[in-house]
Write a protein that binds this ligand. Sequence first.
Ligand code: SF4
Length: 284
Amino acid sequence: MSLITPFDPWQSPLCTCRKKYSLSAYTGCSHGCLYCYASSYIRGFSSPRPKKDFLSRLEKEIKKMPADSTITISNSSDPYQPLEEKLRLTRSALEIMKDYEINLLIVTKSDLVTRDVDILQKFKKKVIAITLTTIDPALAGKLEPGAASPQKRLAAIKKLSGMIPIILRLDPLVYPLNTSNLDGIIKEAKLAGVKQIVTSTYKAKADNFKRMVKAFPEHSRLWNDLYIKEGKKRSNYLYLAKSLREKLIKKVRDIALAQGLEFSSCREGFSELNTAACDGSSWL
Ligand code: SF4
């Protein structure tokens, strides 16, 4: 099986991204985000391991990529999860890729990405997306127990934003857990130097819903009503009712635009509200 694979091979009608590819050095992720979607389809997800012969395979595959290909690192694991500190496979991959005409997109919840600023700057076209769902460290510690604290992520944005375009993934919006201080999150992100806010609502899958309800039993009844009773099934996920999703997405949009930032929502069916591509590729 190839390491560099087409992004969204199922061509979801909700995905508006340009043609691109995914690459990940690791199978699984130890950040332990309660809402994680990838955990439902990867065995042993919370025990991450490096992909077999990752670097030698990457060296062969990257040579075959058409010039100007867009590669996103990564979608089903965090490229800068703790294992990367020791194994440095993401860094080694960047070392290999920097010699090719690649449009690079990175998505992470870790400040470890700042370690690689020297190599990242060698890519002509690159964008880093940092996910931040809250600025409350206690909530982040419950929701994303293995990821860097919000304050470390904001510090990483500050450090990188003068050199590399940074977008913020305010994603997912978990109503009402992290939706009462959207203004505060976006203002902090703007201060740190992001160019764009990307957002989407939490979509329930059996395993992530179980984790969410266990960690936040006080919201169990509400989430049961919103997702199980009133929610809508789309592409194997349970979505909130359209009216509530639209309200939340528009709220983020209004705040982002008022702050002079670009805005997009991801896989919500509201692409007419976007002012830029939802994967950050407008900044490549
Ligand atoms: S960082 Fe991403 S892949 Fe890792 S657990 Fe969190 S949501 Fe899942």
